[in-house]
Write a protein that binds this ligand. Structure first.
Ligand code: ZN
Ligand code: ZN
Length: 289
C-alpha cells in the first residue's frame, strides 16, 4: 500500500538516476501527493522540481536536502525539510562542502591509481553529471574499467570506510547540521537510523539541538525494526517519519517513490509545523512562480 507522502528522494542533482522532473512525474503517477526532494548537500534540483510539481495542483513539493555529517565510525545523515534554500549564507556553505567533496573524490581517484586500479577522472565527473561527485560515481567508473564486477564490490574492496582508497572528508557534526538547517527555517529529521551506534545518545543530543523527526519507515526496514524505532521516536518526542530514499539504482533494498508504509498523521504534523513557521507558504509561492 503506497504512502501519499515520500519525504526522502534523490535526483540527478546528487546521486539519483532520474532528473527532478522525471522523479516528480514518477512519484505523482505512483500516488505520491507530498514529495520531498532531498539531494545530498545540494538544492539545485529544486527549481526544476517545483516547476514539475506545479503542473499538479494537488501535489505539495517540500524543498529539502540530505546532509552528511561526521561521527567517528558512523554515517549519520540528516534530512532538512522546508528549508529556505535561497538563503545566501546557506548556499555559500553548501558550495564549500561540495568543493571539499570534489577534492576528496580526486584524492580517492589518485589512491586508486597508486593501487594500479586507475579510473579516468574525467569519466568519474561524467558519471556524476551535474551531481555532487562521490563514491558511487567512482564505484561505477571502477566497474566500467573492469577492475571490479559490481558497485558493491568496488565498495567492499576499495571505497568503504576502511578500504585502501578511502579518504576522509571535511564534514559537520550532526548537531551543527541541525542548527544550520534551523537557521534556514528547516525541520530536521535523522535519516535511516537503524544501524547507528549509540542511537539514544545521538537522539538526546539532537533533540536538544532542535531535531523534529526520525526516519522510522524506510526502505526494507522490517516491522520489528519499525516498531523499535517508533518507540524510540516516541520516547524522544520526535515525529516518526520516513521515505523511500529513492535513487533509481534498483537492488533488493530499494523502494519506488511512495513505496513505504508511512502513516498520514506524522506527515500532517510536519506540514502543520512548517505552516506555523511560514515555510509552507514560501514553498507554495516558489511553486507558483
Ligand atoms: Zn542517506
Ligand atoms: Zn538519501
Amino acid at each position: 500500500m503506497p504512502s501519499r507522502a515520500d519525504l526522502h528522494t534523490h535526483s540527478t542533482m546528487s546521486d539519483g538516476v532520474l532528473s527532478p522532473t522525471d522523479l516528480v512525474e514518477l512519484a505523482y503517477r505512483r500516488g505520491v501527493r507530498i514529495l520531498a526532494l532531498t539531494d545530498h548537500d545540494v538544492t539545485d534540483g529544486l527549481p526544476e522540481a517545483f516547476a514539475a510539481a506545479a503542473r499538479h495542483p494537488d501535489m505539495t513539493l517540500i524543498p529539502g536536502i540530505e546532509m552528511s555529517t561526521d561521527v567517528p565510525g558512523n554515517e549519520v545523515h540528516i534530512l532538512g525539510h522546508f528549508i529556505d534554500w535561497q538563503d545566501e549564507d546557506f548556499q555559500r556553505e553548501l558550495v564549500h562542502l561540495r568543493e571539499s567533496r570534489l577534492d576528496r573524490a580526486r584524492k580517492m581517484v589518485e589512491k586508486l591509481r597508486e593501487l594500479s586500479k586507475p579510473v579516468p577522472w574525467q569519466r568519474v565527473q561524467e558519471i556524476a553529471g551535474d551531481g555532487a561527485v562521490g563514491r558511487p560515481h567512482i564505484a561505477r567508473a571502477l566497474v566500467e574499467a573492469g577492475h571490479v564486477g559490481s558497485v558493491n564490490e568496488a565498495f567492499d574492496l576499495y571505497l568503504s570506510r576502511n578500504g585502501p582508497a578511502y579518504v576522509e572528508r571535511e564534514r559537520l557534526t550532526p548537531r551543527q547540521v541541525v542548527e544550520m538547517l534551523l537557521q534556514v527555517g528547516g525541520l530536521s529529521t535523522l535519516a535511516h537510523p537503524r544501524d547507528l551506534e549509540h542511537l539514544e545518545n545521538l537522539l538526546a543530543e539532537l533533540k536538544d539541538a532542535g531535531l523534529t523527526g526520525m526516519e522510522v519507515f524506510y526502505q526494507d526496514y522490517p516491522p520489528e525494526d519499525v516498531e523499535r524505532l517508533r518507540l524510540l521516536a516516541e520516547k524522544f518526542g520526535l515525529l516518526p517519519l520516513g521515505g523511500s530514499d529513492y535513487h533509481g539504482f534498483g537492488g533488493h533494498q530499494q523502494r519506488e517513490p511512495g513505496d513505504i508504509p508511512l502513516p498520514d498523521a506524522p506527515v500532517e504534523r510536519l506540514l502543520a509545523l512548517a505552516r506555523e513557521r511560514g515555510a509552507l507558504q514560501r514553498a507554495r509561492l516558489a511553486a507558483h512562480g
